[in-house]
Design a protein around this ligand. Sequence first.
Ligand SMILES: [Zn+2]
Length: 421
Amino acid sequence: MREGVLKRIRSCITYGMTVILLVLTVMNAVVSVKADPVPDGWDSTHSKYYAAGKMVTGAKKIEGFWYYFDKDTGEAVKDGFQEIKKKKKTKTCYYDSEGHAVSGEVQIGKYWYYFAPKTYAMTVKDFVKMEDGRTCYFNKKGRRVRGEKKIGKYWYYFDRTTGAMTVSAKIEIPGKDKTCYYDRKGRRRENYRSEGKWYTFNETTGKLKQTVITIDAGHQRNANTSHEPIGPGAGSTKAKVTGGAQGVATRKDEYVLTLEIAKLLQKELESRGFKVKLTRTSHDVNLSNSQRAKKANKANSSAYVILHADADGASSSGAHTICNTSSNPFSGSRYAVNKQLATKVINAYVKATGFRKIGVIERDDLSGLNWSKVPTCFLEMGFLSNPSEDRAMSNAAMQKKMAKGIADGVEAFVRAQKYQK
Ligand SMILES: [Zn+2]
């Protein structure tokens, strides 16, 4: 009996303890569910974040860093780009291996990117001025560009290593065998002035040359009435070079007047830093209008100005320039540029001389215009058939004004043509 009693007591104690343990376990479980369902803050893998018992999604700033938590899974974006839409705007951010949004200039894979310091937004299709003075450009994918790039209307050059834009400098383009000049805004210039000289960048040859202006003193002592085609490959022909007019008061021949002005214009343009070529420097030449235009072409002239004087009635007066029409089969494609030259020259010429402005006339029957492949216009300086205009055009003071006016027009044209298309 003793043993039996002891056994029962033992089993009772064991049973009781088991029950107590069970109760305690259940209680503990209940308590833990109530008091700590999910911890506020990071989960154990540091990839999800909880606030007020809820899993955070979207962009959130935590202890000074911006994170982005996936809208569905709540996983923080790490080592990746994320597009973020806010109202109507969309920005792209990048998160590093710790999930922190990055800012500043950052290399990701092969490319450099730029993320704005405050918004962390990736710069797209825009220039950024860096703290070290470099100006860089980031393309539509946000990548820093290098080498020659056309952005909008202009060409730029970005260093192949640093991405720095070339500013106010003349540089040799690696691998291209050409030298280009970039202005203070980084834009590549076709014409530019440096140390008192005008330079032209030739895209074909890649050479920088002094800007050439060719001037044709219209006519010559003896006309050459044999014919030549009015343009390259043209069926219709015209006299190679005609005799020209004569001043009714001065009896000065047109070919004499045109050379007087051409020489003064040469001096004036040279004083402004241009290189000037005259198609003729004496009266005893035999040069057709197409040959003269070819001289201008060969010199890669930035402008070719053909000087003439008009003859009509005694009461006719004024000056005009001539350019081709847009439908000219030989030079139609250069209509805009020729019209610009013709406009600049006539405006500056009448301003300097006070002559009546007839304006710009468009014609396609002039061999000099049709054979030219460079910016070209005729200038009819005034009427030799008008006694007072004839005398005025031979007056020394007026001749200086005429030369200055034409030079003003040419220089205004060159300035306007400064950017490469
Ligand atoms: Zn003439």
